[in-house]
Write a protein that binds this ligand. Sequence first.
Ligand code: SF4
Ligand code: SF4
Length: 600
Amino acid sequence: MEGKKVLMTGNQAIARGFYEAGGLVAASYPGSPAVEILESIKREYRQIYSEFSVNEKVALEVAMGASFAGARALASMKHVGVNIAMDPLMTFTQTKTAGGFVLVSGDDPGMASSQNEQDNRIIGKFANMAVLDPCDSQEAKDFTKISLELSETYGMPVMLRITSRLCHSRGIVELLDREEKPAEGFKPDKTNFNMIPPNTFKKQFEMKERLESLSKAAMDLGINRLEKGNGSEVLIITSGLVYNNLMELNLDMPVLKLGLVYPLPLDAIRSLASDYRRLIVIEEMSPFIENELKINGIECEGKSYFSFTGELGIEEIEAGLLRAGIFEESRYSGKMGEDKSVPPRLPLFCAGCPHRPVFDILKKSGRKVVGDIGCYSLAGIFPIEVLDTIISMGSSLGIIKGMAKAMKLSGKSEPLVAVIGDSTFFHSGMTGMVNMLHQIDPEDNMTIVILNNGTTAMTGGQHTASSGSYASEDDMHVDLEVLLRAMGFENVRSVDQFKYKEAKEAIDEEIKRPGLSIVIATRPCALRFKIREPHFYVDPNVCIACRNCIRTNCPPLRMKKYEGIEKLKSSINPEMCVGCSVCSQVCPVGAIKRADGEVE
Ligand code: SF4
Ligand code: SF4
């Protein structure tokens, strides 16, 4: 294995780096762009204990416990997941780590798969952690190992900050053998692990000292490098994937490529700055490096030429450098003759998705619906457009309650509905659910629909606490109805949304019922559990072209011209249909039939 070169995504390379470094415990909550780190560990490196925890806070705590016991540990999550983990993280960084600890934050410039853009270099600084920013898959692997070493050398948790493009793009990675790093066991030290005063006062100063000593050593670690080029007018400072894009311009200019973006090697940069007339910082999202330099008295320029949002591709970098007057005519964009634009495509619910009938029912109800985060957030966009709010994981339950209270006080009460997926419910919906037990009266007419598909579908089908119903290998099997009743809720009912008429009656009834009701709509995710029944077809001679089936928005359905029939009639692509039967149940004239002749 030693020395073998393979193609790996950034995520796979991080998993490999953790394995080679002798990592023992890894935990995560699935979230794009970082989800494949743990997927890869689970699949390839069985020596490591790994788990998808119920949320990022718990994942961080699991990895933190392993580090306390002297093991090398990793917690990975998407950028907004770090917000969930912030509470323990802010105190954890006060302690001196025992086993090396790396927190991988998957940032998403441009919001390819996220509700916001969030620059977690700032969180790293806020939490007093060192922050490393790799530029390709090889560095992603190397920096994972370096993060663990720095963590042990300086006694601090380290953040490895990656961006979505690096997570998913492939590069050549040289494999090395695993170095075994057995855990030494937990060695109690109340002054280090009991973070209550007076222990914490001393720890605040220790954090600062650790960062100062790392800043001084930063240029000797081999991860920040000065690339000499022609001229002494301008020094470009950059890091991460932006460096690769900059290199595509073939500028032959001096570049300081940072691997460690916090703390910065300030003394070294200050001394370099005296050799150049201008320092230009090129970085995605916030002016993090630029601000760090400025508040430390080092003059530089940056965001006045480059966008504060989205990715900085080659063209954006070139445009910024043109604005900065570094060169006068475009070298790259000018050569790009062809039109690279692609037609926009809307994301769709899958064929046979158990969420579609629920949203069809809710759309017909005409009620305002509070949404949450998950694959079902697609119901917020065209053509379904049922969800009226989508904010953050688990927030729907607090939002609907606040909305109901405010509307009642203003004399504008009306029945409200909230939807939340099973994974999101276990992630951070449960606390909002418990809060529902406080000061609810019958005039607060709220219906919570829990969309229980047994998986975290949006990120590729990781388990949830209720997956055990469908996945025999899964050891978690929490029965939602039993749990909710045990929590103290009375109006709880379960429906099978593929029995469309019954599900519609149940949901409509609960919307009419005063007070709080909960409907658990349960059907397994068609994709994750590979559901495939005999397909359905349309008899065009029976079809009256009412488009009821089309409005369920299942991808195999479309209107088409049949030979000898003038009017457009519905049809089903048999290759795509998974045979859920929902379209046949909404057809008023029985025109849609199962291919084997039986309709449920
Ligand atoms: S039966 Fe109808 S609704 Fe179900 S997957 Fe096939 S086309 Fe879609
Ligand atoms: S619901 Fe039935 S009648 Fe209406 S378009 Fe579809 S197949 Fe035709």
